[in-house]
Design a protein around this ligand. Sequence first.
Ligand SMILES: [Zn+2]
Length: 80
Amino acid sequence: MDDTECADTPDARCPRCGQAFHCGMQDAAPCGCTTVQLPAATLAMLRARYTGCLCLRCLQALAAGDAVSAAPAAAPSSAR
Ligand SMILES: [Zn+2]
């Protein structure tokens, strides 16, 4: 079930929106996230709330002023 041979190119799942994405920190080319400038306060909230990277789309949304804890499309609170 688990792919044990993909350690070289770790694809991550964004903890904010749940979308799979590829973190380019290990790549030869710089990761897209290095082009996104976030305020220190936003970064601190991200580190407190999530572990690991977010996808580039979420980072850009945060840079544009979106809330750190934006709910995913499928919110479990109102499911029933
Ligand atoms: Zn995301």
